[in-house]
Structures are given as C-alpha cells and as structure tokens.
Design a protein. Sequence first.
Length: 112
Amino acid sequence: MPFQNPRKITVDTNAIDALPDSVAAAAFRRLVKHLQHRHDAQNIDLMGLSGFCRNCLADWIIEGGFEGDKAAAREVIHGLPAAEWKARYQTEATPEQLARMDESLKKNAGHS
C-alpha cells in the first residue's frame, strides 16, 4: 500500500509572487545555466513537455525589461549566438516531436 499522508497539503500557486526578487533571480540564473550545460535537452523536447523553451525564456526577459533585441536576449539565454547554438546542438525535429509540441502548446492557452 503506498504511503498516504494524513495531512491535506494545499499549495498557494501565488506564493511565487511572494519570493524576494533576489531568490527568484538566483533560481532563474540557475535554470538558465543548467540549460546552457544541457545541450542534449532540445528546445523541441522542452516545448513538447513543458510548453516553453530557451527561446521563450529570451522572450520573457525582453518582456521583463531587458533592453537588448531578440538576438541579444537569445544569446544571453543560450550562452552564445542562437545561430551558433543551433548549428552546434540543434537536431532536426521529428514529426512526433512536432506533434507533442503542438499538443503541449494548446495547454498554454490563457496562461502567461
């Protein structure tokens, strides 16, 4: 029989907004550095699983006030120019990966 916790745990989904900016920034930097290290984690697979990828993170830093353009933001996130990252690490997306991405993106509707 699996463990059953007798206490009901509720999660405040708005708790992220209560984090100090320094804590959120440290977590974000760690995520980006992790993705810069994990070249095997393809953007198409990230999109298929979670509905976001490195390019989304670049868009989000622009929305957050980054003063550079899209190319500069992608370079910050990828750790090198996006075209160079693609040439070195990106593989051709399979029809299955594209289908998973399409399904995953449908789950993003209305969420930002």
